[in-house]
Every structure is written in C-alpha cells, then in structure tokens.
Design a protein around this ligand. Structure first.
Ligand code: ZN
Length: 141
C-alpha cells in the first residue's frame, strides 16, 4: 500500500439514545459538546446526562474545535484493519473547552499523520467513514 492510498478503516460507532444532537451536528461537520446544566462542565464522551451530578439536565453547545496535543504515540504496527494503515498517530488531544480525548491525527487531505508533537495546535474535523462521521484532528494553521 502506498502512502497515497493509506486511509483509516471504516468504523461503525454505536449511536446511543440521547446523542442525536451530537450526531446531527457531526453529520454537518460541527462539533458540539454536552454540558452539565448544574456546573456547566463539558462532558466527554458526549452524554445526555451528567454522571457526576446524576442529572439528566445537559445542554448542547457548539465547540470551537481547537485543541492541543496532550500526548501521542506513533503506531508502527497496527492491529487488525489498522495494520495496513501504519504508521499513524494515536493522540490524546485536549479541547480548548477542557475535555481530553483519544483520537487520530490526519493530514490536511485526510491521510493518517505520521508525526506530532506535544503542545501542537490541532483542529477538529469530521470524516465520513462507513455510516457515521468520525472525529479526528488535523494540524491547525
Ligand atoms: Zn454535572
């Protein structure tokens, strides 16, 4: 497989009840976060309830999409369908709104990134792969 052909495999994440606002926005390429109605904390993964306050009151708000690489590794031997994609970056990124998430970094044309640095500024982007849009991050300019 040449580097020009490398793509992450299709995924089929489960759509759980109550997360329709997240998936509807993602389909349009927008990132929204659920926030606790009691203290305003951004919840990740998106949830229709706050596990900390055991309350069902959340509000959905747009996120800016900006984030910073908190930690990362370059995977050289991927498992299963990811084996053909390696090398690729698996990273923890921290959104400007606070939540930290495990994700992949991609290049501006959507290919798996092969390098990263801690503190690197990245921006959210959704890629339609399989049935649903997948949240990944690319270098911001
Ligand atoms: Zn809460």
């Amino acid at each position: 497989m040449t580097s020009a052909e490398r793509r992450f495999p299709d995924v089929d994440p489960p759509v759980e009840p109550g997360l329709e606002p997240y998936w509807e926005a993602a389909t349009e390429g927008r990132l929204v976060l659920s926030r606790c109605a009691e203290d305003g904390a951004a919840l990740w993964p998106p949830r229709p309830f706050c596990p900390r306050h055991a309350s069902a009151g959340v509000r959905w708000e747009p996120a800016g999409g900006g984030a910073e690489v908190y930690s990362y590794t370059v995977v050289h031997r991927g498992e299963g369908a990811f084996a053909a994609v390696a090398p690729y970056v698996l990273a923890y990124v921290q959104l400007d709104e606070g939540p930290r998430m495990l994700t992949n970094l991609v290049t501006s044309d959507g290919r798996p990134a092969t390098e990263a640095s801690i503190g690197q500024r990245v921006v959210a982007r959704f890629e339609q792969q399989g049935k649903l849009p997948v949240l990944r991050f690319t270098q911001s300019h």
